[in-house]
Every structure is written in C-alpha cells, then in structure tokens.
Design a protein around this ligand. Structure first.
Ligand code: SPV
Ligand code: MG
Length: 431
C-alpha cells in the first residue's frame, strides 16, 4: 500500500486539516507528522498545547493511520525514515517564507520519484476565528507569563529583541526570515529602558516613571503574543520594587531584570565615563529576596544584572555577586560588558558554569556584537537580548528623510526611503 505523509503544527483541528486528510486517504496509508515543540517555535507560533496532546489530537482524526514526531522543520529525517510515496500540504506554502521548505521537500521527493500534492488552502470565517482565538490565548497574561520558562526548556538560546511601542512590538512578533533553508524568528520582547526613554526624548536615568513604562508594556501586549522581559533598571527602592513585581506579573510579563546599581543610574554603555555606584551585595540581595517573596506565581522570573565588568570591578567581583544573587533567589543572571571583544563575557560564563549548571545566563551583545548566538550558547548562555538595534536603525532613516524634505522644500525626493501610503495604511491587521 502506498504511503502519504503530511506534517501538522496546529493545536486545533479545523476544516482545512480534515480536508487534507480526506484528500490523503485517496492515495494510501495516511501518516501525520506532529512538528515538535523545538521546531514549531522557529517555524510557527508557540504551541498552546503540549507536543503529547497534539499527537493525541492528530491520532483521533478519522482517516489518520499513524502519527510520528517530526523533529525538524525540514523533512529530511522523516523522508529517510518513512519514504512516503506522496507528501500532501495546503497550497499556502507555495509563496512566502514557507516556500523554501516546500522547495526542499520537492527536491527530496524527486530523488526517489515521490510526489508532492498541494491542496487548496482552506481559509474561511471559521478558520480565521480559530486562528484569532489561538493568538488571543497566547496573549493572555496567564499563558504569556510562563512562556519564557517554557522557552528556556525548549531551545538552546532564547532570542529577545527590543520593542518600545506597539509598532516595534509587531516587528518583533511578526518578522520571520528564511535562513539556510529554515525559518527563524525572535522568541521574546525586551522592553529596554534605553529605548523606552529615547523614544520619549528622555535620558536613560530612570526618569521615565514606572506608570509610563507600564503604558509601553500595555501598548506592546495589546498587539503581540511573545513573552516579555522588562528592563527594570535598578528596581528602585526595595519598598517600591515589591509593587513593581506584582504589577508586572499581573500584566503577564515573564521576567524583570534589575541591575546592581544605586543612586542616579546612567546607561551602562557609558561605563566609567560617568559616575555610577554599585549597590553592595547585601543591599542588592535584599532587593531580590523581597521581590521573590512578593511574587505570587511560580512563572515570573527576577533576573539579577551584574555591573562589575561595566564598572571595572573585576571578574572575581562579578562571580562573587552572581553566586550571592542566586543564593538570594535570583532566577537568572545577566552579565554585561561594554568591551568590543566578547572575551570577558565568555570567561564569566565559563567560570560561572563551573559551579552552576542551571541558572539561566543572559547577555546583551551591543558592544561585543561579533559573537554569534551559537557560540554564546556553547558557553552556557541561555538568553541573548538585542537591546537597542531597532531604535538605532529607525533613527538614521527618519533623520535622513527629515533632512531631504528640508533641503528640497517638498517630499518627493524622500520617496525612495518611504513605504507606500497603501502599505502604511494596511500595515496593521484589522479584526
Ligand atoms: C537597555 O536596553 O536599556 C539596557 C541594556 O539596559 S544597555 O543599554 O546596554 O545598558
Ligand atoms: Mg536599561
């Protein structure tokens, strides 16, 4: 009997999937691949049900003979294992980023005379509604909050990108690229104090108050589903920080990162060029412990950021603080550096990992930007944050447009830098 294979990554079976199975049954024995969590988070959106539940769900579909796990978005392994005579898929993958996966499948099938069948993709009001409901579920605070911890279990390195508005949030949420035949996307959003302040034309000195920063989070949570890591600066007074923790938890934020500085905080990338004071280990440990005591869910993470390398206090001081902050209850350690060379960051990670294999390490490679995610992961880094690149790329583009219009006394010459009016007015999906 001939074998026909399809790969599903859905959490809810709708008419479209049933249509694929109905069509498949005409060709032979129907094998469904359940895309694994690890592959799914790069290919599609985060699952709302577990891998095991998806397998169970697909098994229950009438007409499905077997369900296997597809552990990679590329089909090489399943094709080698199953050698299906046919692969069937909705024709929506004939264009867009998924086309690269389709092209690869077509090539693999050709090698042994297999055949690719595209069936018309089903998209009607019911399917649209299911899609929106799943998105909505992902965006809900109780689901979103725990997602950072879930991602840490699923992927070698969580990739977070800066957002400071609804629009930048959408860019982080929706940008998908094709890279060496696979799709890739960001996992999480970083709400940077630098970029949140800069967007308001204010310096990064904890001047933008917490109420305003909460508004930024609101704008972003309204239009996105990915987990949020909030830059909490110094955390402020311990007596205030405990309230901050509660507010962030309630909003569905996954983690706050607070840095071990006190007094007037300046941006770390100034380093020792400006006066900045580090809190003592005891002071900062007490703040972490108070925050941990205040939090109500197990999902939320308080990550301690160590400024010893920034303030040139040495590696030993950084490592001593890391151990102390973990002992005080920190759920992760962020180590920062403003050196161009990643050497001191790598050294810290290696030394910290000698005695601590599990506490997540976070890095922000703004200065040491030559190092790749894979290398950081090899040294035990779990979260990489691209902290300010969207802001820094938007600013020169806007400035160039402003200058061009001023010089020419009209806007025509700026056309080349601009997206079309049609594109901007249709940029945001309407319900
Ligand atoms: C931020 O993005 O606001 C940060 C990272 O805190 S850094 O600007 O490098 O200090
Ligand atoms: Mg900051």
């Amino acid at each position: 009997m001939k074998k026909i294979y399809t790969c599903f990554c859905t959490d809810v079976v709708h008419e479209g999937h049933l249509n694929i199975i109905r069509n498949a049954q005409e060709y032979g024995r129907v094998i469904v691949g359940a895309l694994s969590d690890k592959a799914l988070i790069r290919y599609n959106r985060f699952p709302t049900v577990s891998q095991e539940e998806r397998v169970k769900l697909y098994r229950s579909i009438e007409g499905v003979d077997e369900v296997v796990i597809q552990d990679d978005m590329l089909y090489d392994d399943v094709i080698a294992l199953i050698k299906p005579d046919y692969i069937i898929h909705g024709d929506n993958w004939q264009s867009g980023p998924e086309k690269t996966i389709r092209d690869h499948v077509e090539k693999l099938l050709k090698e042994y005379g297999g055949e690719l069948i595209d069936v018309p993709y089903t998209y009607n009001e019911d399917v649209k509604k299911i899609d929106l409901q799943l998105r909505e579920k992902l965006a809900m605070p109780e689901y979103r909050r725990k997602r950072l911890r879930q991602l840490l279990e699923m992927t070698p390195i969580v990739k977070a990108m800066e957002a400071h508005s609804g629009l930048t949030g959408l860019i982080v949420e929706k940008t998908v690229v094709e890279n060496e035949g696979r799709l890739d996307q960001f996992d999480a959003l970083w709400i940077s104090s630098l970029c949140d302040s800069t967007a308001k034309g204010k310096p990064d000195i904890e001047l933008v108050d917490f109420t305003s920063r909460l508004r930024t989070i609101d704008d972003i949570t309204e239009v996105t589903t990915k987990p949020i890591i909030f830059d909490g600066d110094t955390g402020g007074l311990t007596e205030h920080f405990v309230y901050t923790v509660r507010s962030l938890e309630k909003m569905g934020v996954s983690a706050v990162i607070i840095e071990d500085k006190k007094g007037l905080k300046k941006n770390s990338l100034f380093g020792t060029e400006v006066e900045q004071t580090q809190a003592t280990i005891e002071e900062f440990s007490a703040k972490i412990a108070a925050g941990k005591k205040a939090q109500l869910t197990d999902d939320f993470m308080i990550i301690a950021r160590i400024e010893s390398l920034i303030l040139e206090k040495g590696m030993e001081d950084a490592l001593k603080r890391a151990d102390a902050f973990v002992a005080a209850g920190a759920d992760g350690i962020m180590i920062h550096s403003r050196k161009k060379d990643p050497g001191e960051i790598i050294e810290f990670c290696d030394k910290f990992r000698e005695n601590n294999k599990t506490t997540p390490i976070v890095v922000v490679p703004s200065s040491f930007n030559t190092v790749k995610e894979e290398e950081l992961a090899e040294h035990g880094v779990n979260i990489v944050i691209y902290a300010n690149q969207l802001t820094r790329s938007a600013f020169p583009a806007m400035q160039q447009t402003a200058k061009t219009i001023l010089k020419n006394h009209r806007a025509k010459e700026a056309d080349d830098y601009l997206m079309s009016i049609k594109d901007i007015i249709t940029l945001i999906d309407e319900i």
